[in-house]
Design a protein. Structure first.
Length: 158
């Protein structure tokens, strides 16, 4: 899913909502990459840093990364409507070429045929000061179709 017209010059904050997300394969992670060229390419280097906490089936996990090629948006989701994920991600400074781009997110979902609840919350930084003007939501292997709804909203500070 690509958002290539995010109006980064107009809005200070963006809100990305993912609702009822699942894939055509099991145990897939919805991820996000950013673009500085309108979506012609998406940054995949090691400039993404994140930390988040996750609980899945009563198991608590902390995840930290100081150099990867994407942001994780939620826990694994599956291949049927009972294995879905939902998330809210706020993105900051996308249109400001002199600042890093930040995100905060929270998610909830169901795994394993709807038997396990999952929840995550955390934040991240794309540690390159440049104008971000497109967003991609994807799955790592790029071979599985995404089902669900993705919405992007702009918020203007007064």
């Amino acid at each position: 899913i690509d958002f290539t017209s995010i109006k980064e010059n107009k809005y200070d904050v963006h809100l990305l909502e993912l609702q009822g997300i699942f894939f055509s394969g099991t145990n897939k992670l919805p991820r996000m990459r950013l673009s500085n060229d309108g979506g012609s390419s998406f940054e995949a280097g090691t400039s993404y840093q994140e930390a988040y906490e996750s609980i899945v089936a009563s198991t608590f996990t902390q995840v930290k990364s100081t150099g990867q090629g994407y942001f994780n948006l939620m826990s694994n989701v599956g291949d049927e409507v009972t294995e879905v994920g939902n998330s809210h991600t706020y993105l900051y400074n996308l249109g400001n070429s002199s600042k890093y781009s930040f995100c905060t997110h929270q998610s909830s979902g169901m795994n394993s045929g709807g038997t396990y609840f999952s929840s995550t919350y955390g934040s991240g930084v794309y540690a390159v000061a440049e104008t971000i003007n497109a967003i991609r939501i994807f799955e790592a292997t790029a071979t599985y179709n995404i089902t669900g709804t993705a919405k992007l909203f702009g918020i203007k500070e007064l």
